[in-house]
Ligand binder design. Sequence first.
Ligand code: NAD
Length: 343
Amino acid sequence: MPQTIPATLIEGDGIGPEIVDATLAALDALQAPFEWDRQVAGLGGVKASGDPLPAATLDSIRKTRLALKGPLETPSGGGYRSSNVRLREEFKLYANLRPARTIVPGGRFDKIDLVVVRENLEGLYIGHEHYVQIDDDPHAVAMATGINTRAGCRRILDYAFEYAVATGRKKVTIVHKANIMKALTGIFKETAEQLYEQKYQGRIGMETVIVDACAMKLVLNPWQFDVIVTTNLFGDILSDLVAGLVGGLGMAPGANIGTDAAIFEAVHGSAPDIAGQGKANPVALMLAAAMMLDHVQRKDLGDRLRTAIDATLNVDQVRTGDLGGKASTGEFSRALVARIVNG
Ligand code: NAD
């Protein structure tokens, strides 16, 4: 009996069940080693137990330390906090890894292959925000506090450099706004320069770029970048920008890596506008599953999955509507499974 790896599976909301089904079909065809513990979260969690992140789901991830997750909706009203943010905090998922690689050629940009590493726990996302009332306007002043720590910067930078070296990348670009936010993002730049000098000089290239210039350079000449590492808010924005370079959200996977667990997901949300219609592109979640295979040291299977996705899209020309094709989620999934099985 081959060794199995326990992992938590969360279908998620909206198109979640459709893209998870398609992804499981691909993983089954690959005979991937995961032994799934199915749990609910998001709207599914609220329906099941009144909590978008039920205790049983958290317990499961605590045990498996590994999860594949569909998109989660945070119910509006009821004062619920985002399940995604809670998961990040609970499992200290400090690194958000978002690779962007051209799979369908002929778009606005060809041959893109870069990775954004986003700090996931600090910065302006810590939720220290408030309004100040003046006279009868309760929202007269809005304030937000950002926190970046030396230890937090070092941890994400170390992760990015190690990842870049291990995957044979040539250069790490440190993105900051230290000319204006001298303390908040200055600490990130300063820590990067120190860390590079101590550990990585001579092993890989490094450059520092201001975030606004980086956004422009990404559009003018994205091929100059390899691995980009940056703080939470800049990473959020730039990783969607790079998803746009390679055909949009349907093609963008993400990994949330932490000290206590690793959670793999598509970057996109639950797409309520197309949910239940068989129109969703499952590729982003499938690419996330390929990253999960890499993570458990089964890069052989991750590579087979990526190769089969490539062949299904480009040789068989089976594509969902967001990529200009006519295939349903199920049709794409069946074509992909045939590619995995028959090569
Ligand atoms: P969205 O990503 O769900 O959808 C944006 C647009 O992209 C829609 O037109 C949608 O149809 C399309 N789209 C997204 N994924 C697609 C796919 N796989 N195939 C084809 N088309 C696809 O963003 P939104 O509408 O802003 O958010 C909807 C819900 O998802 C919200 O409740 C939001 O909070 C949640 N959300 C969850 C996550 C997550 O769990 N990681 C991420 C983002 C948004």
